[in-house]
Design a protein around this ligand. Structure first.
Ligand SMILES: *Cc1c(COP(=O)(O)O)cnc(C)c1O
Length: 491
């Protein structure tokens, strides 16, 4: 390629490169008849290692051919009706059009002199999302927010802000001493990124205190008692983390009650709505998030239940002044005696214009349009839950709360131990074959399978086919297990 950079003079090359890439996407959609290819990770590893990175191919077409063989032919298809593993969504087409714009223009959302209009669009969306959360604060306190790369990053910044808020209040001892006494209280099903944030924030190893749950939901009475106890023994609480949509079950903590407890104890409430955040735009289920406005900070992942491509997440603060903790000044960028800039609120410096894909999606299908996609996924999940519940060879472990199904296949005659032992091998067998992808996790201390549904158009017949495959694999593995046990016993 003799003109690899995008300029006015290379428009033609740009257009044909995108056309070629788009054609590859079309092929991928046509060819992805199973959610993944049966190629083993070791085969793909060898193929990737065999590429000589010091010998360029010299042409886009050749590079696309190579990428097709290495990547597209084997990429896991999240849009496929039998991909029911993790929280990966099919993505909106307006968002993809937006990505074409943002990557070509390459705006860095940092300062006015780098991206005025992008900063304005992003800020408008932040205010829109904050409006959906409907923060309950004194008049005069204004919410604000920032786009981040994901729920983990949003949780980190939310908890960082909480830590600074706490250490900024009067207390006994040096900052270091107080830091070593800081705790984060959360339900036992909090996302691991909360523990990671605590680690990065210099909190002690045992700082994250998992409190007992009732029906996978944080018990406000237990929280109240723990806060009393902490106050009595001089522990400082950096934050309470409530989850709106636990990653496995989709359970939503009782936000209104937890919010009331936190207000009474004057403790920071962070709501992790990375998964359940899409309910903010649901035309029929927004009430599931009642009380979220009592939060001091909120995480919402747009790349999950808003159906946007990775990466797009938001951290919202009830009081915009909290962002001062994230502000540092550089003479070349955002001098202290100058204007406020988007970078003042971010832990990143150079930041993608991820907001545009939310903007475009919103402008084309509207908030209701996004929320209806989630509603339909939730309704499809309920139907699959019924299917599992009515199957004598399946144990449904929880009524679906959002869009996941937790269950165990139970071949006839299998006891609990045998059933448990089948879970991972069944998941692995499905993965190896590639016709259906499901996840495995642990519920109540025992392994189980998990289906995650983010396909609004998932048909019950497709889900039934996945369940058939699971049942068949479980039967096969149970028989094989018994045969080998018999062989061992007689040997
Ligand atoms: C997915 C998830 C996260 C992490 O979000 P990423 O975007 O993967 O970083 C945090 N909390 C919950 C509840 C999640 O489901």
């Amino acid at each position: 390629m003799n003109d690899p950079l995008l300029t006015r003079h290379s428009r033609g090359a740009h257009a044909s490169a995108l056309a070629a890439a788009t054609a590859e996407v079309g092929r991928y959609l046509d060819d992805r008849t199973t959610p993944r290819s049966p190629a083993s990770p070791s085969l793909l590893s060898d193929a990737t290692a065999a590429v000589d990175l010091d010998a360029p191919l010299g042409s886009l077409d050749l590079a696309l051919d190579e990428v097709r063989g290495l990547y597209l032919d084997h990429a896991v298809g999240y849009h496929h009706p039998r991909y029911l593993a993790h929280l990966n969504c099919p993505v909106t087409i307006p968002a993809l059009a937006a990505e074409t714009l943002t990557t070509a223009v390459n705006t860095a959302v940092e300062t006015w002199d780098q991206g005025t209009s992008a900063c304005l669009i992003e800020q408008r969306l932040i205010e829109w999302v904050a409006g959906l959360v409907d923060f309950d604060g004194p008049s005069g306190v204004r919410p604000d927010g920032v786009f981040t790369t994901g729920g983990s990053a949003s949780n980190l910044q939310g908890l960082f802000t909480a830590r600074e808020d706490r250490l900024g209040r009067p207390g006994t001892g040096s900052r270091g001493e107080r830091l070593s006494r800081l705790r984060i209280l959360t339900g036992e099903h909090a996302h691991m990124s909360v523990a990671m944030a605590a680690r990065l924030l210099g909190l002690p190893r045992d700082a994250v205190v998992p409190l007992p749950c009732v029906g996978d939901m944080l018990d406000p009475a237990a929280l109240d008692r723990e806060l009393e106890h902490a106050a009595a023994c001089g522990d400082e609480i950096a934050a309470v983390v409530a989850v709106a949509g636990t990653t496995d079950h989709g359970a939503i903590d009782p936000l209104a009650e937890i919010g009331a407890v936190c207000r009474r104890h004057d403790v920071w409430l962070h709501v992790d709505a990375a998964y359940g955040g899409g309910l903010l735009v649901s035309p029929t289920r927004r009430d599931m998030l009642d009380g979220i406005g009592l939060a001091d900070s909120v995480t919402v992942d747009f790349h999950k239940t808003f159906f946007l491509p990775v990466a797009a997440s938001g951290l919202l603060l009830r009081d915009r002044r909290g962002f001062r903790h994230s502000t540092l000044h550089a003479d070349y960028l955002n001098p202290a005696d100058g204007d406020e800039h988007a970078v003042d609120k971010s832990l990143q410096t150079t930041r993608r214009f991820d907001a545009l894909k939310l903007w475009m999606t919103l402008r084309v299908i509207g908030a209701d349009g996004i929320g209806e996609l989630l509603d339909r996924a939730i309704e499809a999940t309920a139907r699959i839950g019924d299917l599992v519940a009515s199957d004598p060879r399946m144990d449904l472990l929880r009524r679906p709360a959002l869009s996941t199904v937790l269950f165990r296949p139970r071949p006839p005659g299998c006891d609990d131990d045998e059933t448990d032992a089948l879970v991972r091998p069944v998941r692995d067998a499905l993965f190896a074959e590639g016709h259906s992808l499901v996840a495995s996790t642990v519920v109540d201390g025992r392994p189980c399978l998990k289906l995650t549904v983010l396909d609004p158009d998932l048909r019950t017949s497709d889900a039934a086919a996945v369940l058939d495959e699971i049942r068949d694999a479980a039967d096969r593995l149970a028989r094989a297990g018994r045969t080998s046990a018999t062989v061992e016993a007689s040997a």
